[in-house]
Write a protein of this length. Sequence first.
Length: 140
Amino acid sequence: MVTLLRWLYATPHVGALLSTWRGRLILAFVVLQLLLPLAYFARKDPHDERFAWRMFSPMRMARCVPSATLDDAPLNLAGEFHEAWLELASRGRFQVIEAMGARLCEKYPSKAVRISIDCTYLDREQRTYGGYNICDVPEL
């Protein structure tokens, strides 16, 4: 670590930048901006494609159909949630679907709420997520 710092201070432009507190702040900000997007690659939600370089991937074109049942009776999600939530759910965003399930569990506390999504992809087989009582296990 000490050798790296010596090398950085010996580099002409970086050494001048690191010699002031403002320069260190700028450098820390730039490094943070470069490292923050890496957190999205470690997430469990494969459908979360918010960064520009990932927006053109085949995953962005995935289409999902959310469905829900309340005590094994079909539940109209359009009557329960705003269309913006349904749009995000149709992209397969797990966090949104889990939040929808949590709201339904709060609204119907003694009932079994089952939420599932059927996703169709351009580059892989169709897949179904969920299908169990989300009030018992709140994460897909």
